[in-house]
Design a protein around this ligand. Structure first.
Ligand SMILES: NC(=O)c1ccc[n+]([C@@H]2O[C@H](COP(=O)([O-])OP(=O)(O)OC[C@H]3O[C@@H](n4cnc5c(N)ncnc54)[C@H](O)[C@@H]3O)[C@@H](O)[C@H]2O)c1
Length: 280
């Protein structure tokens, strides 16, 4: 989809980080926006920054993407008030780490609820109506390099992101087989300077666990370092827009990941456990 100006985009997780940068970039491309986040303060801040910098008055809706009904309401409002949706960015996500065997069911429920179900709800609520428009369109799912290389101390996150990657690939294949003009990108950033290392701020109370284990504390240090050394979110938004324009399925933000993918495939074909991924 080459022409973005005058079209409509929806971005979830728009109250911070990559979602905020996607909103800024898509607005700069001349798109009308519907922005969603579970955090009202962050969402309002994104909308106000956009209005100041580009004069674009984006629509906003507080939305918990793990809630199917909330995402359906988001879609109803986007199609109802903006008339169409051409770009859907299923971007909202959270991180939580620790060893596989110390993670509580609540940890997995939270990670899968936002990172996987959030994407699935977005697909279910938006894609049928996007197909019915019979125009060009694009779905960008913010996966992660953790959806390509499973890492220690981030098992729950990797499980959710591998699943989001699979959802993206299957969606792209289904759309192709159905003769749709919609395309899909699995956006797989490495470390990015955002607030992902502070995801606990939006963790629902019913999914809290009593205390932080030592391995979890170590994973927090790991993610803090990755974020600190990470790239600017605007670079990720630029990679997403390039992928939309070039109709590219996989968008990587760090050149080294191509070698990593080759090495991982070779290791797997040889029956070996792949080496530790290099995330930066
Ligand atoms: N920062 C990185 O290094 C990195 C790397 C790879 C992938 N990602 C992915 O990028 C995406 C954006 O994360 P970010 O790095 O910008 O982090 P961030 O914490 O800065 O932004 C994430 C946003 O998602 C929102 N959110 C969380 N739970 C939600 C829910 N249930 N419903 C709606 N919104 C919710 C948060 O309020 C926040 O505004 C995520 O999917 C994340 O997994 C991040």
């Amino acid at each position: 989809m080459r022409e973005l100006a005058g079209k409509v985009a929806v971005v979830t997780g728009a109250g911070s980080g990559i979602g905020r940068a996607l909103a800024a970039r898509l607005a700069a491309e001349g798109m009308s926006l519907m922005l969603a986040d579970v955090d009202p303060g962050g969402l309002a801040e994104t909308a106000s920054r956009l209005e100041t910098s580009t004069g674009v008055a984006a629509l906003t809706q507080i939305t918990d993407v793990s809630d199917a009904v909330a995402v359906r309401h988001l879609a109803d409002r986007a199609f109802g008030e903006l008339g169409a949706v051409h770009v859907l960015c299923n971007n909202a996500g959270v991180f939580q780490g620790g060893q596989m065997w110390t993670r509580a069911p609540e940890d997995f429920a939270w990670l899968l609820g936002v990172n996987l179900w959030g994407t699935l709800h977005g697909i279910h609520a938006f894609v049928p109506r996007m197909i019915a428009q019979e125009s060009e369109g694009h779905i960008v799912n913010t996966v992660s390099v953790a959806g390509l290389f499973a890492a220690p101390l981030a098992g729950g996150y990797s499980v959710s992101k591998y699943a989001a990657f699979a959802a993206s690939q299957s969606l792209a294949q289904d759309l192709l087989m159905a003769g749709s003009r919609l395309r899909v990108t699995a956006l797989c950033p490495g470390g990015v300077r955002t607030a992902i290392n502070r995801s606990e701020r939006v963790r629902p109370e019913n999914l809290l666990v009593a205390e932080r284990t030592e391995d979890e504390a170590f994973s927090v240090e790991m993610i803090d370092g990755l974020v600190e050394r990470g790239i600017d979110p605007a670079e990720v938004a630029a990679a997403a827009v390039d992928a939309i324009r070039e109709e590219r399925f996989l968008a990587l933000t760090h050149p080294g990941y191509a070698d990593g993918l080759r090495e991982q495939t070779e290791a797997l074909l040889a029956g070996r456990l792949p080496a530790l991924p290099v995330y930066e």
